[in-house]
Design a protein around this ligand. Structure first.
Ligand code: ZN
Ligand code: ZN
Length: 418
């Protein structure tokens, strides 16, 4: 049973939270009656996580298992654990998650991390812990990047995240502002969020279909600090909005989502790219990223802040220096229109065109889910332990599509669809 329909402006906070939980479970996740759900959340997100649990059971979930993390406990590890701790991860836990996915469970992540949590910690420890976590998480992540299961990510406002975004406001006010921003960008403050999502999803599919008809071989980017040509993978498919997962359940993986995206060719990126927004990566902030690509590989990388973390990130493995995703987002997206920097990829990547270092999505290649790793690589799909999106779109960015016959067509002008 969905929460009662009331006009958005007269909804209480509690009603809006129920709406968000219901939309996350029924539209984002597409949970099926009898399906198990594995949810990850932090203790600070419990007000939403508990409502998601309720909505999941109302939708017929057979079992909801929530794995909770706690920021304070994470910091205790950095302050008191022996050095060897930072090469460890709970492999048994992620193997268990992979097993749950293989036996039919859906996956929901409640985001809400403090973007600065690890900013003052030793970058070497942060880098090693991230790498160990990526390695341990790989079997579970693979089922997600291959879209074998229905999954989604939804955000909850948390005090630390709100403080990072609204540093001039009192804590209560900051938290309220962040909730308002979340309800706005996830279309919860519309009279009928479910139908708003259906319309939006259809628009993203239409946009992807147009790009699939064009079959561009490459994209050419020009803007402040950006002079960059990016080849697309052979047989690439643009996706946007929801997809039918390998377990036959339809899901919309991110809430919000504004992007249409595909797989670039791992060997065909050349030129210079400058990030248009700071990147919050696993609790550390990386600002002013500028990298130069040659034949798909980063040969020079700089950041004005967090340089060491960036270096560690691209040294994770060979694929971490190459691109696994290219996404187009117009500047008119609600997230961009909010004028806020969220310091959170889930939001910021939906405010601006972006590229991602690392692992590609095989679902962005024709019949990609049926191809072997060797076949995927032959088409230009990248593999890595990491997948990190960073924003390059801005109101000054122009993008051209290059056709198979080398003709140039305007695709985006000043950050908008041409
Ligand atoms: Zn993306
Ligand atoms: Zn991505």
């Amino acid at each position: 049973m969905p929460p009662t329909a009331t006009a958005p402006e007269s909804r209480t906070q509690s009603e809006s939270l129920d709406q968000l939980a219901s939309v996350a479970v029924n539209v984002g996740l597409g949970l099926k009656p009898g399906q198990e759900l594995v949810m990850t959340a932090s203790v600070d997100t419990l007000p939403l996580a508990r409502r998601i649990t309720e909505q999941a059971y109302r939708a017929g979930a057979s079992l909801v298992t929530t794995l909770l993390t706690d920021d304070e406990s994470t910091l205790l590890r950095y302050h008191h654990a022996p050095d060897a701790s930072f090469d460890r991860a709970a492999k048994w836990l992620y193997n268990g998650m992979a097993e749950a996915f293989k036996s039919g469970a859906a996956r929901l992540a409640v985001a809400g991390a403090n973007p600065n949590l690890l900013s003052n910690e030793d970058p070497d420890k942060v880098g090693r812990a991230n790498r160990a976590l990526s390695l341990a998480y790989r079997p579970a992540l693979e089922l997600i990047t291959r879209h074998q299961i229905n999954w989604t990510i939804v955000a909850a406002a948390t005090p630390a995240w709100a403080a990072a975004m609204f540093s001039n406001d009192a804590p209560d006010e900051a938290l309220a502002k962040l909730w308002t921003a979340i309800f706005f960008t996830t279309r919860i403050n519309t009279p009928d969020p479910v139908s708003a999502w259906k319309t939006h999803d259809a628009e993203l599919h239409k946009r992807a279909a147009i790009l699939n008809q064009k079959r561009y071989s490459a994209l050419q980017y020009r803007g402040p600090g950006v002079d960059f040509r990016l080849g697309l993978a052979d047989d690439h498919e643009w996706l946007g909005g929801g997809t039918t997962a390998g377990n036959a359940n339809y899901c919309i993986p991110n809430m919000p989502t504004e992007e249409v995206f595909t797989t670039p060719h791992k060997d065909r990126a050349d030129g210079t790219v400058t990030a248009s927004k700071p990147l919050s990566h696993q609790g550390t902030m990386i600002e002013g990223i500028q990298v130069r690509f040659e034949h798909g590989r980063i040969v020079e990388a700089r950041a004005t802040r967090g340089q060491e973390v960036l270096q560690k990130l691209i040294d994770t493995d060979e694929g971490a220096r190459r691109l696994g995703e290219v996404a187009l987002v117009p500047n008119s997206s609600p997230i961009a229109q909010s004028g806020l920097v969220f310091f959170h990829t889930l939001f910021d990547e939906n405010a601006a065109s972006h590229i991602a270092l690392g692992q590609s999505y095989s679902s962005c290649l024709r019949n990609g889910d049926k191809l072997s790793p060797e076949e995927l690589a032959a088409k230009g799909a990248n593999t890595s332990l990491i997948h990190v999106d960073w924003m390059i779109g801005s109101p000054q960015l122009d993008i051209d599509g290059i056709t198979a016959t080398s003709a140039t067509e305007p695709l985006m002008r000043k950050g908008e669809w041409a």
